[in-house]
Design a protein around this ligand. Structure first.
Ligand code: 3HC
Length: 306
């Protein structure tokens, strides 16, 4: 009966074993997984836009080839994650509608503009760096298909971060204009990168539940702290200043103390008030409509073959 099924589910999760698509699971577990994995997928797909804008304007063939590979990877990450979401009984066509109609979210970070090529490097270094901090623990998430998708994503994500950092190292060894471009991009992306980890734990309605179900293995604030601790030494090596006057090493805590992100900005960007929200969703809607004929042809072809 349901009680036994629930106890079996909870024992499986407590033993750090995987819940698979055909296993019994509480409705709330299924619902919050559809919510998180779908929005993770939407983030990957929308995330192609800010950098994609630089593919035709990359300063060299090498930079163009690297950027092309990275943007292509993001598309693939989105497709793995839609496939993982579909194992929970929803269809990606419905998920795309949810995204376009604003019923589901994507990461706030992709609503910021990319005015200079240094943004491509800073996105690789900070945004993909934050994504790595967030996604490595998700390789141990309790839902099997999500964990397995994350293992493959994390391998590609480390290339994304390294190429960004190398790009910035090159620019920092260039002219003073290039160094200024890098510092300007760091100033614009630092705080939004910290907001990728979500609101503070005390203001996070999903964290407690997600931790109990071992969907999340660390809280928002724990991962944000890990990201800051990892990134400050990299900024020093790069020779850039992080735009936070309160940033300093705390020997007692053995962590960096840092200032409070602007949570009102996060709320505003999440609810559609960021600089690029309308443009990002409109671009996705247009791509979806332009691709309708391909989907119709695929359905017609499959029907003729069956
Ligand atoms: N942008 C947009 N929405 C956000 C957000 C952000 N930065 N931070 C939080 N939210 C939303 C949450 O989705 C939730 O809304 P919902 O209930 O309608 O889904 C609400 O704000 C409250 O936040 P919670 O902390 O309660 O929500 P979660 O427990 O889901 O935590 C999260 C948010 C940390 C983003 C978590 O969902 C998560 O780890 N998701 C998987 C990773 C992910 O989606 N990363 C997106 C970055 S893009 C990326 O990694 C791709 C790489 O290539 C750059």
């Amino acid at each position: 009966d349901d009680q036994e099924l629930l106890e079996h589910f909870e024992r499986t999760v407590q033993r750090d074993q995987r819940i698979e698509p055909r296993d019994w699971m509480p409705d709330g577990y299924r619902k919050t997984l559809i919510r998180q994995i779908a929005q993770h997928a939407h983030s990957e797909i929308i995330g192609m836009q800010p950098e994609g804008a630089w593919i035709t304007r990359a300063p060299s063939l090498r930079r163009k080839a690297i950027l092309l590979a990275k943007v292509q990877d993001e598309a693939g990450h989105g497709l793995y994650l839609y496939a993982a979401t579909e194992t929970l009984g929803v269809d990606r066509a419905e998920l795309t509608e949810n995204l376009i109609e604003g019923r589901q979210k994507y990461s706030s970070i992709f609503n910021y503009p990319t005015p200079s090529f240094a943004d491509v490097g800073v996105i690789g270094w900070l945004v993909d760096g934050a994504a790595i901090c967030n996604q490595v623990p998700l390789c141990r998430t309790s839902y099997g298909p999500y964990a397995r998708a994350m293992i493959r994503v994390c391998k590609e994500e480390s290339f994304h971060q390294r190429q960004g950092y190398e790009l910035l190292m090159t620019m920092m060894r260039g002219s003073s204009e290039q160094r200024d471009m890098v510092q300007d991009a760091v100033n614009r992306w630092w705080w939004p990168s910290l907001m990728m980890f979500g609101p503070p734990d005390g203001d996070s309605p999903n964290t407690a539940r997600s931790m109990a179900w071992r969907i999340k293995r660390h809280t928002n604030d724990e991962l944000r702290q890990k990201f800051v601790d990892m990134t400050v030494p990299q900024a020093e090596k790069l020779g850039v200043t992080l735009p936070d006057p309160e940033l300093r090493w705390n020997a007692e805590r053995e962590h960096y103390d840092f200032g409070e992100p602007d949570w009102a900005e996060l709320k505003r960007v999440i609810s559609g008030g960021g600089e690029c929200n309308a443009e990002r969703v409109e671009h996705r809607r247009r791509a979806h409509e332009d691709g309708a004929w391909v989907r119709e042809a695929a359905v017609a072809h499959a029907a003729r073959r069956s």
